[in-house]
Design a protein around this ligand. Structure first.
Ligand code: PMT
Length: 408
């Protein structure tokens, strides 16, 4: 049975030639048992009549933020957004993408997209020069970073009678992406997940600190993916300019000791703990109350050890599935295996940070996953994709653990 059977999907249709192809997508989703609600922009209605989608979905087609016909329309954009198991926007035009980036809510589709907390899939279609324009590239990258899954566009014959990249992705690809996304929304339902992310700052005086280059991006993507898979997520986040994902409860901390305290307060009853934070191992033994004058400072900064949060979680290991991270520069697998065993982890996700363009403060990552009897290299990909692969591996290992307990 398809994962979309019995689930509500919202399909946003924008004003592009490929709008007619979305009729086929809606029809297939309905045949697979989904309850499909179509939202059309004004421009989309120039290409396809709402009646087409009404007939195919057997639901009223929404075309305005201002429609009030029955009780269901009470705050329509929020109602639709919150009922959706997934939101698909196809064809996503360059204009629609730009508006999504800036959070325009002047029409119903923009408002639904802002209110949605479900997996969101964007299937762009446009002329290849528009697709390749730096503005569109930057806009697509911004949406991807915010958690949108981008499907296509594909290369082929375009409406302008030329060949290039810009065709709406094939129906099977779009449907598969939707089915995958919806399937994952069940995976962590009823589960409580605790994630640490980002660097810690260890104060020297009111304006100076010791820290590292972690932005929190990797841990934020781990937390985002867990919320998309249905978990209740607490994210303990060091100082960062990045926003925590929608749906996760964020706990902002500064120092390793604050992170330690917050994690210990939250760990009770948690099913999975993922420690992606780059916690400072050391802190200055003395924190100066006033800004230190350079002529006063002792050039030898005395340091003392911070608590090892993960090691403590491992030592008091209850039923929680414990995932650690490691950033290594040499003997990567050997050092990470040592941490896996010493900190009593179920899984460790290793970064070889001697490689350029991955790990700290990068858009992409490349990892090696290690567990007691196995290993899985993850090829270079966006941190969001890496986070999804990590959750896939956690699901497999936890599934195997449960099967083993069932046998015992
Ligand atoms: O945040 P980004 O810019 O996206 O970068 C991502 C990342 C490179 C920070 C991330 O992928 C990563 O590798 N995080 C772990 C980095 C690290 O500090 O590794 P470590 O080998 O020092 O620590 C091993 C594990 O122990 C980690 O899970 C860490 O959270 C934990 N630890 C470490 C020290 C400490 N005092 N307490 C801890 O809990």
């Amino acid at each position: 049975m398809s994962s979309v059977a019995g689930r509500t999907l919202v399909v946003g249709v924008c004003g592009g030639i490929a709008a007619y192809k979305v009729a086929g997508i809606v029809s297939t989703l309905v045949q697979r048992g989904a309850d499909v609600h179509v939202v059309m922009t004004e421009a989309a209605q120039r290409f396809v009549a709402p009646l087409t989608f009404h007939a195919l979905s057997a639901n009223r087609v929404h075309t305005s933020l201002w429609e009030i016909r029955d009780r269901e329309d009470h705050v329509l954009h929020v109602t639709l957004a919150h009922r959706a198991a997934a939101l698909l926007i196809a064809p996503a035009t360059a204009d629609a993408i730009a508006k999504l980036v800036h959070g325009y809510a002047e029409d119903l589709l923009g408002a639904v997209a802002l209110a949605a907390r479900c997996p969101m899939i964007l299937a762009p279609a446009m002329n290849s020069s528009m697709w390749e324009h730096p503005a569109t590239r930057a806009n697509v990258a911004a949406l991807r970073a915010r958690g949108w899954q981008i499907v296509g566009p594909e290369s082929g014959f375009l409406a302008e009678r030329e060949r290039g990249v810009g065709r709406l992705a094939a129906e099977e690809r779009i449907i598969a992406a939707l089915e995958d996304a919806v399937a994952r929304t069940h995976e962590l339902e009823g589960q409580h997940v605790l994630v640490t992310a980002g660097a810690t700052r260890e104060a020297i005086d009111p304006v100076r600190f010791i820290s590292n280059a972690s932005t929190g991006a990797m841990g934020i993507e781990i937390a985002r993916e867990a919320t998309l898979r249905g978990a209740q997520v607490d994210l303990v986040l060091g100082p960062t300019h990045l926003d925590p994902p929608h749906g996760a409860r964020a706990h902002r901390v500064e120092s390793a000791r604050e992170m330690h305290e917050r994690v210990m307060a939250l760990r009770e009853g948690v099913h999975v703990i993922v420690a992606a934070a780059a916690v400072a191992d050391w802190r200055p033994a003395v924190i100066f109350v006033q800004k230190v004058k350079k002529e006063d400072v002792d050039p030898m900064l005395r340091l003392e050890r911070n608590p090892d949060i993960l090691a403590q979680l491992g030592a008091a290991k209850g039923a929680a599935f414990l995932v650690g991270f490691a950033a290594e520069t040499e003997h990567v697998e050997e050092h990470a295996r040592e941490k896996l065993a010493r900190k009593r982890l179920d899984l460790i996700c290793v970064n070889d940070v001697s490689q350029p363009g991955i790990g700290f403060a990068s858009a992409e990552n490349e990892m090696l996953l290690l567990w007691e009897h196995g290993r899985e290299p993850l090829e270079r990909a966006s941190k969001r994709e890496i986070a999804a692969r990590i959750w896939d591996r956690i699901a497999t290992l936890r599934g195997a653990e449960r099967a083993h307990e069932g046998e015992a």
